[in-house]
Each structure stands twice: as structure tokens, then as C-alpha cells.
Write a protein that binds this ligand. Structure first.
Ligand SMILES: *Cc1c(COP(=O)(O)O)cnc(C)c1O
Length: 359
């Protein structure tokens, strides 16, 4: 590991044990592990290889699936948004990808080209985004033509909110769809995301689709870390300078922090271009030698500044943890009014990924 670089250390064993938690919460379900957006910033190929017992993988883009196939990933891979045009359909055929059908134009496309794919029918039970209305389903099933129906998928819109009644409503709607269809493969349901798996046992079905929980963060709105999950990513960066700041002097762009007494700051080589959020509040915690220290001044493109305490012995090449081991990503998300999803997926490509695994 270069000590001079911002780094995301990914613990593949943690991802493996989070996967086992999915298995224990959903013992009768097949698991479609969601590894879109480069496995939420963790590296899709490495994560896919570590999850060799996943029954399938889910990605958002055709390009993501192609990279996995080219890396030798042989399990079923599902395109969660399906295909948009002939070129994507061609790639889906060449690389044997499952496709979600959420709109009629996709079925027309398959028919026109004479393509035959394994398809999931997406039903909109309340997300209001992709999918057929429940009442359209019987008719859509009749137009499936040569396609092999894997089952029916729907997405929960409020499972992260423990008091919302919406999940129950969505489950009622999807069951009505099955009840009315008469089609045998419609009984294979694929509903639960991480929040469904952890918070709504009634949403467990033949398939589950965990994403965030595999990476060890809570999907719930309270942003309380979940004890049973193991955070997989530690985002860290080196100290590149330590210098005194006199009382009355400011630090960084806009001078939004002014020292009230003589103090010292450490400059850390990670900024918003690495994926550290510029919106984060003053005083947000950064871990140096295992101690929480306060972010001061604006987040720059390539650097942040952290105020040291009088006794701290810190020098260039020491490392600071921005989130991960010893500093929950949920706490950082709270400090900038966001969720772990955006922080993880925002870690940019110039951040060096390296991997830890026991085997
Ligand atoms: C991203 C995604 C998931 C995974 O959601 P998490 O909240 O990360 O578990 C599941 N299903 C679909 C359709 C998705 O787009």
C-alpha cells in the first residue's frame, strides 16, 4: 500500500459474513447480490469473486455486467433496469444476461429482434418508478412470447422507515398480482432489498436482493450502525503536513474556521475529488491514531484539515481514517445529511482499492 495515497481498504471477509447474515435472515431465499456501481464502490469483480455462493448478481448497467463476464464471473447476472436498445439487447444475448422487463418497449424490442432471454417482470406496487401497474400484468404475461419468465420483481419504497405502512401495502398488492395471474412462474417473487431483509420478514420470498447490507452499513433511516453487520470499507489518507495556526488565523477556502487560540492542524490528502463530502459540517470526526479529531475549514478538492489536540504526536505519513474501522460511515453520513449509499458510491476512481481476505 502506498502510504502517500488515499486508500479504500476492503475487507472481503466482512462482505462474506454479511452475506451469511443474509442467508440466516432469509434461509429459504435465493440471493441476488447487488453489485451495481462497482459494488457500491468496493470493486465489483473482487466482490463477485468473494461471493461465489451468491445465486445471482444484480447490476444497473449493461457495461457493469460485461465487465463481470469478461472477468470470468459465471453466475447469472441480472440487468435491474433491463435493456434500452438493440445494442444493449445484443450484449445481453452475447453475455447471457437476465433482463428486467419494466416497460412494453422492452418486450417489443425482444420480439422484433427475435431474441430469447430469461426475464423478470417488474411490477410497480408503489415505488412509482419502474414497472407495470398490477392491473396490466395479466395482459403483459400474454405478450411474453418466447421469453422465459424467471418471476416477478417489485421494489420497496419505504422499507428503510420502520414506522411506514407502505411496505405492507406493497406486499398486499404483489400478492394480488400473483393471485390473479394464473401463470405458474409468477409465483416466484423477488422483493426484498437490504431494509426488507433486515426489517420486514414478510417481504422475504423465493429471491432477495441485498445491496448495502453486504457492505456492512445500515439501510435504515435512523443511521444507527447495526451490530451484526461488518463494515467492509475503511477509507483512509495520509497526513501530508502538520503546522501551527495562530489565534485569529483561518484555515482553508473562505476562512470558515478561525482559530480562537493557538493550535495545530494536520493536512490530510483526501478531498471531495476523492469522494470526501464537501457538504460535511465543521467539527466532523476524523480518526488519527485511533482518536477522533475535528475537521476544520472547508473540504478542498484534494485535502482536508483536522485540528490536533495539544498532546498529539502526528507527522507526515501517519494515516487518518475518514470512515470505516473505528469510525462508522453512518456517523459521517449523519454529519453531512446523507446516507451511506452516497458516501460509498462516491469514493472516486483515483482512490486506491486494496483488499484483505483470510483466504
Ligand atoms: C440497488 C437495488 C437493490 C439493493 O438495495 P439496497 O438498499 O442496497 O439493499 C435492490 N433492488 C433494486 C431494484 C435496486 O436497484
Amino acid at each position: 500500500m502506498s502510504s502517500r495515497q488515499a486508500t479504500a481498504l476492503v475487507d472481503l471477509d466482512a462482505i462474506g459474513s454479511n452475506f451469511e447474515l443474509v442467508r440466516s435472515r432469509a434461509p429459504n431465499s435465493n440471493v441476488m447480490a447487488i453489485i451495481k456501481a462497482d459494488a457500491y464502490g468496493h470493486g465489483a469483480i473482487r466482490v463477485a469473486k468473494a461471493l461465489s455462493s451468491a445465486n445471482a448478481f444484480g447490476v444497473a448497467r449493461v457495461s457493469e455486467a460485461v465487465k463481470l463476464r469478461e472477468a470470468g464471473i459465471g453466475q447469472p447476472i441480472c440487468l435491474l433496469e433491463g435493456v434500452n436498445d438493440r445494442e444493449e439487447l445484443n450484449l445481453a444475448s452475447v453475455f447471457e444476461l437476465q433482463v428486467v422487463i419494466h416497460d412494453r418497449y422492452q418486450l417489443d424490442l425482444l420480439e422484433r429482434v427475435g431474441a430469447r432471454r430469461k426475464v423478470w417482470l417488474k411490477v410497480d406496487t408503489g415505488m412509482g418508478r419502474l414497472g407495470f401497474a398490477p392491473e396490466e400484468v395479466p395482459e403483459v404475461l400474454q405478450t411474453l412470447g418466447k421469453q422465459t419468465l424467471l418471476g416477478v420483481m417489485t421494489h420497496l419504497s419505504e422499507a428503510s422507515d420502520p414506522v411506514s405502512q407502505k411496505t405492507g401495502l406493497q406486499l398486499t398488492r404483489i400478492r394480488e398480482v400473483i393471485g390473479k395471474s394464473g401463470h405458474p412462474d409468477v409465483r416466484t417473487l423477488n422483493i426484498a432489498n437490504s431494509a426488507g431483509i433486515l426489517g420486514h420478514p414478510a417481504s422475504l420470498a423465493e429471491w432477495v436482493r441485498p445491496g448495502l447490507m453486504l457492505y456492512g452499513a445500515t439501510p435504515f433511516d435512523d443511521l444507527k450502525p447495526i451490530h451484526d453487520l461488518h463494515p467492509a470499507m475503511t477509507f483512509s489518507a495520509p497526513v501530508i503536513a502538520v503546522h501551527p495556526v495562530k489565534a485569529g488565523e483561518s484555515v482553508g477556502y473562505g476562512g470558515i474556521f478561525t482559530a480562537s487560540s493557538n493550535t495545530r492542524v494536520a493536512v490530510i490528502a483526501a478531498g471531495y475529488a476523492d469522494g470526501y463530502p464537501r457538504e460535511i459540517k465543521q467539527g466532523a470526526p476524523v480518526l488519527i491514531h485511533g482518536e477522533k479529531r475535528r475537521l476544520v475549514g472547508r473540504v478542498s478538492m484534494d485535502m482536508i484539515c483536522v485540528e490536533l489536540e495539544p498532546g498529539d504526536v502526528v507527522q507526515p505519513s501517519d494515516r487518518a481514517v475518514l470512515w470505516g474501522e473505528g469510525l462508522a460511515i453512518e456517523d459521517i453520513a449523519t454529519c453531512c445529511g446523507t446516507i451511506p449509499y452516497t458516501l460509498m458510491t462516491g469514493v472516486s476512481s483515483r482512490v486506491y482499492r486494496h483488499y484483505r481476505a483470510s483466504s
